[in-house]
Design a binder for this molecule. Structure first.
Ligand code: FES
Length: 321
């Protein structure tokens, strides 16, 4: 079940953008304009025969004749990226949601965009927007190699080109990202946006905070949740405040799954702690937060959590359901 309105689109083009990366251009079946979106937005994609996955829109945000997403084929895929690569072709009709934006671009005197691999997608849309408005910005785009760098030719031919710096892990030392130098001068009139694998984001956030960047100037979006160590998980109980009924949550079952088995539906989308759809208020008990959506401060507040992935440190959680 998803919180968003869904509709069908046709895959107009499927393009190999780099090693293991394909882009998909989507348009309405009736040729009408698509719902508008802002830079940083994503859509839910119902992967045929697979799960619902979130993909950022990486075309220009003023466009309404198409949405474009790009998907990295992940060998550890739980069905999303492999399904998109192997089972979606030009001409196919797939179901998507209307766009939503948890990673919106805010006005700033200077904007730093830091992309790790396929994390470039929302930042590409932001860079296009910033270039069109004549803003002061830089995009640092880190990938393993030139072969794995999607949209490199497109970037080079665009108005954003003078603002973009490519960094290849496999390249010479002098072209690698010097994060401390890039983040050296924080300021209230600057913002940094980071998207990519969890390790990349954590490195950027830790470095930025260490150099004095305020939390509210750092904006981030994860691509999929890192694999959690669940070997020590124990069972606990969840009480539904509206009915007073209590349910046992087994060690290897999520709260969402356990409640679903009892006929209690919580709206979900990613079921990985990334999208925020399942957010639920907590009235009693201590949460073991495992999502990538809430900020550290929100997690410490213990007032809301993501029951698709998070668990309990206490014996009982009372939920505002
Ligand atoms: Fe996406 Fe829970 S369903 S965070």
């Amino acid at each position: 079940m998803t919180a968003q309105e869904t509709f069908e689109v046709r895959v107009v083009t499927k393009t190999a953008e780099a090693e293991g990366i394909a882009s998909f251009e989507l348009a309405r079946l009736d040729g009408q304009p698509l719902p508008p979106f802002g830079a940083g937005s994503h859509i839910d994609v119902h992967v045929p025969g697979g799960p619902v996955r979130q993909y950022s829109l990486c075309n220009a945000s003023h466009e309404q004749h198409r949405y474009r997403i790009a998907v990295l084929r992940d060998p550890a895929s739980r069905g999303g990226s492999v399904g998109m690569h192997d089972r979606v072709d030009e001409g196919d009709v797939i179901t998507i949601s209307t766009p939503r934006n948890h990673f919106a671009l805010h006005p700033a005197q200077h904007t730093l965009l830091l992309a790790g691999g396929i994390g470039v997608t929302p930042l590409l849309c932001m860079a296009d927007r910033l270039a069109r408005t004549g803003a002061d910005f830089a995009l640092h785009y880190c990938t393993r190699s030139a072969e794995r760098t999607a949209f490199a030719a497109e970037i080079a031919a665009s108005a954003m080109a003078p603002h973009v710096h490519f960094h290849f892990d496999a390249g010479a030392a002098e072209q690698k990202l010097d994060l401390a130098a890039v983040l050296a001068a924080p300021g209230a009139d600057k913002r940094v946006y980071v998207c990519g694998p969890a390790g990349f984001i954590d490195h950027v956030v830790t470095t930025a905070k260490g150099l004095g960047w305020a939390q509210d100037r750092i904006h981030l979006e994860y691509f999929g949740a890192p694999v959690q160590d669940t070997s020590g998980d124990e069972g606990f109980e969840v009480r539904i405040a509206s009915t007073g009924k209590t349910y046992a949550i087994a060690p290897d079952v999520s709260i969402v799954e356990a409640l679903r088995g009892q006929g209690i539906e919580i709206m979900t989308s990613c079921e990985q702690g990334v999208c925020g759809t399942c957010i639920t208020r907590v009235l009693e008990g201590e949460v073991d937060h495992r999502d990538m959506y809430l900020t550290d401060e929100e997690k410490a507040g213990n007032e809301q959590f993501m029951p698709c992935c998070s668990r309990a440190r206490s014996k009982l959680l009372v939920l505002d359901l």
